[in-house]
Design a protein around this ligand. Sequence first.
Ligand code: S3P
Length: 175
Amino acid sequence: MRSSERKFALIGFMGSGKSCIGKILASRLGLPFADLDHEIERARGSSISGIFQHEGEAGFRLLEEKALSDLSGRRGGLVLSCGGGIVMSPANRALLSRAFTTVWVDVPLPELLRRLEGERKKRPLLDSDDYAEKAASLMEARRPLYGESSSLIYRWTEGESTNDSASAIMELISG
Ligand code: S3P
């Protein structure tokens, strides 16, 4: 497949930097970039927090599944940043394996907690005082699913910038 036709998906926990890295990757690869949460917000005319509030997590997951399925059928190449819970659905996991080159951006939990502390309001699942415990239990449940859905794993290490991460992923996908 020509590289201009390839679809890449970035998966990983909230706060792992998928959107920032994805934008850089897309520009280096000369491909369009899409953020699945933004696609959902646009289609629904509501923020992610609003969707959780009015339709619950189950309602959000249905919209997420439809958005991934729509994007996977779009013609041409793409770099897609996915929400951290994308792997909860077996249908999404199958699609990520089949229709995308999927890269897991794996960032250690202590670093994620540091990044997420001031951003909890934007993430309904972590918008509570016990967010650290919630994040730990979500991470434990999801790690195997991130592994199962991805063909490549990028492991962030201390001191790496977003640009460094994008460069490392460029090497992974061209290797
Ligand atoms: C979620 C992650 C969020 C967003 C929603 C649910 C999750 O995306 O899709 O709040 O279940 O991990 P980010 O990973 O971009 O924060």
